[in-house]
Design a protein around this ligand. Structure first.
Ligand code: TXA
Ligand code: MG
Length: 324
């Protein structure tokens, strides 16, 4: 079983594992990541192996500072502006790779672009100390809900990894927002921890939406973030055997009969809701109820990303497409 070490005591052990080509689960401000040295093919392969990823989907490379980012990728003016405004933070930029950057091709699944992000907190310190970028997908088995606590990581991946660094519950609770510059415009590839509107305000224009030409982020596939229970969205009523995931102060009819009940945010605060989303879905899933009914969550601000994850959790599970 994986050892769980508090972030304040884990730096040396994490470094040693990464230097030896092993993987480490680390806290970031969004969700926990399963990190490996992005320049070491063995380390990167171990990430896919531990997650049970069915296919080599591209991973995000995490950097400590702008100098490291510029050595790896070529920044256009829009992307640079966003990096300066939002890094470190829950924003991932897809950029052309700089030739000879040392990134192992398994990280990018052989693409000539790379997804880059500068995380806050322990991850940033670890990368700076290692002096090399870390490839890190969310620290969950393929297709499962992303982990927002060290305990959730250990419960899921503990038998397959050696170390989980415990930084407490992740403050944002949703994966990063992924954007890509395209001919002077930006395309939103995955809504996430920074609301699209905040990015649009920063650049003074609307983003393009929907799948980019070519590769789509696997996070865009329909069934994803799937709990064991079925998920029913925009529930106005609740059945007796259903668990209820509530939002705000207006209750769905029959709520007091629900088999289990959690409220993402009683005050209707979307940030609070985002940070609770994955942990609450997991908790309601553990209640054993066959269905989780979810009350309507508004689409504004972080609500876009919350609704995105909810609709993937609710999607039919019988698709054969790869999951991340
Ligand atoms: O907040 C996050 O982003 C977390 C933390 C750990 O940093 N990471 C995360 O990684 O969510 P992962 O692997 O679960 O999702 C990465 C997404 C995938 O959907 C992948 O397809 C997309 O990034 N991606 C990676 N490289 C790409 C590229 N070159 N072009 C388009 N999409 C890319
Ligand atoms: Mg993931």
């Amino acid at each position: 079983m994986a050892e769980i070490l508090a972030a304040g005591e884990a730096l040396e052990r994490a470094l040693a594992l990464l230097q030896g080509g092993d993987v480490v689960a680390i806290p970031t401000e969004t969700v926990y990541g399963l990190a490996g040295d992005a320049t070491n093919g063995i380390g990167v392969a171990r990430i896919f192996e531990a997650k049970g990823r069915p296919r080599f989907n591209p991973l995000i490379a995490h950097v400590a500072d702008m100098a490291m980012a510029e050595r790896i990728a070529v920044f256009d003016p829009l992307s640079r502006k966003l990096a300066l405004a939002f890094w470190p933070g829950p924003l991932t930029l897809v950029l052309p790779q700089r030739p000879g950057n040392g990134i192992h091709p398994l990280v990018t699944a052989g693409l000539d672009t790379i997804a880059l992000r500068m995380p806050r907190g322990f991850g940033g310190d670890l990368i700076a100390k290692l002096g090399r970028p870390l490839a890190a997908p969310s620290a969950n088995s393929s297709g499962k809900i992303s982990a927002t606590t060290a305990q959730a990581v250990a419960a899921d991946l503990g038998a397959r990894i050696k170390l989980v660094v415990d930084g407490g519950a992740t403050p944002v609770g949703l994966e990063s927002t992924i954007v890509k510059a395209e001919d002077g415009r930006l395309r939103l590839l995955r809504p996430g921890g920074i609301a699209a509107g905040e990015i649009e305000t920063q650049i003074g224009m609307e983003m393009l939406r929907g799948g980019a030409a070519g590769v789509e982020a696997p996070g865009m596939l329909a069934s994803h973030y799937a709990p064991g229970a079925a998920v029913r969205l925009n529930a106005g009523t609740v059945g007796k055997d259903e668990a209820l995931l509530a939002f705000g102060s207006q209750r769905a009819e029959g709520w007091h009969h629900a088999a289990a009940f959690l409220n993402l945010s009683e005050t209707g605060d979307l940030r609070e809701a985002a940070s609770n989303l994955f942990a609450y879905m997991q908790q309601l899933d553990r209640s054993g109820a066959p269905t989780i009914a979810v009350e309507k969550v508004p689409f504004e601000g972080l609500g876009e990303a919350i609704n995105d994850r909810l609709s993937r959790a609710a999607a039919p599970r019988d698709n054969t497409q790869p999951k991340t």
